[in-house]
Design a protein around this ligand. Structure first.
Ligand SMILES: Cc1cc2nc3c(=O)[nH]c(=O)nc-3n(C[C@H](O)[C@H](O)[C@H](O)COP(=O)(O)O)c2cc1C
Length: 247
């Protein structure tokens, strides 16, 4: 049997009650919202979350683009940040944030290092889940699907848009491998900077992109007192099927 790097799956102890109560009274964890909290902190976002016409949409990509544009106007940073979940060789889930760099009817594209953990996991199991959470809008979008590498031309085109320093960084970083100290990384950057002095920095072969081809896309938005809205699209025989879900 293939073993995961993780040992956490060996057993899952139930936390004892006193530790659970300590967490419940931890002041860093906000209390569940009451009427006053909704009126004070949620009003603006919830007012924008009442439009029932989303439940008549024929497909998800247009609505996703509208929500992303709204997030760009309201999020403090990285509205295109998404959690990317993959599975390792033992079937254990693995998540990390990446940036969405392209979206069209074909799917959701991101870029990374093919030799990183995510790259290795995607090569073995080309499936993924994406998760967007826009706190300012109190909205979430979930995406699940198959994953395909982008073409060399697409990877080249995106790599060319990165700052020279970021392109050099892609050569210098053995992403997800052990690193002794900061100096070692800086020495690698200095070495690559010198190597490319006076010439263009090409894309390293290991640095590429992937497209998640959506088979399911679910929109969630906050409504008062946890009676949230959920709208899921499933691709069935090449057509989008729409379904409203209980929160
Ligand atoms: C907001 C945010 C955006 C990120 N975007 C990317 C990205 O687009 N590509 C990438 O390789 N890593 C990105 N990272 C770093 C990854 O989360 C992760 O640390 C790295 O890719 C190694 O992951 P892995 O070891 O699972 O392969 C981002 C991190 C954050 C917090």
């Amino acid at each position: 049997m293939v073993k995961s790097r993780l040992t956490a799956f060996a057993h899952s102890p139930i936390p004892d009650a006193s530790r659970y109560m300590a967490a419940m009274t931890n002041t860093a964890i906000p209390a569940s919202p009451d009427r006053e909290t909704y009126a004070r902190d949620y009003a603006a976002a919830l007012a924008a979350n009442g439009d029932e016409t989303i439940f008549a949409r024929a497909e998800p990509i247009g609505l996703f683009m509208e929500w992303l544009a709204e997030a760009k106007a309201t999020e403090p940073n990285d509205p295109n940040a998404m959690a990317l979940s993959t599975v390792d060789a033992a079937g254990a889930p693995d998540s990390r944030m990446v940036l969405l760099k392209d979206i069209d009817e074909r799917g959701f594209t991101f870029f990374s290092n093919a030799e990183s953990d995510k790259g290795v996991e995607l090569a073995a199991r080309p499936v993924a889940a994406l998760l967007f959470h826009w706190k300012s809008l109190r909205r979430q979008v979930r995406v699940r699907g198959r994953v395909e590498p982008v073409t060399e031309a697409e990877a080249d085109a995106y790599f060319a848009t990165r700052a020279r320093e970021s392109r050099i960084g892609a050569w210098a970083s053995d992403q997800s491998r052990p690193l002794a100290d900061r100096e070692t990384l800086e020495a690698a950057v200095a070495r690559e900077t010198e190597r490319f002095d006076g010439r263009d920095v090409p894309r390293p072969a290991r640095w590429t992109g992937w497209r998640v081809i959506p088979e399911a896309v679910e929109f969630w938005r906050d409504r008062p007192f946890r009676l949230h809205d959920r709208l899921r699209f499933d691709r069935v025989d090449g057509q989008w099927r729409r379904e409203r879900l209980y929160p």
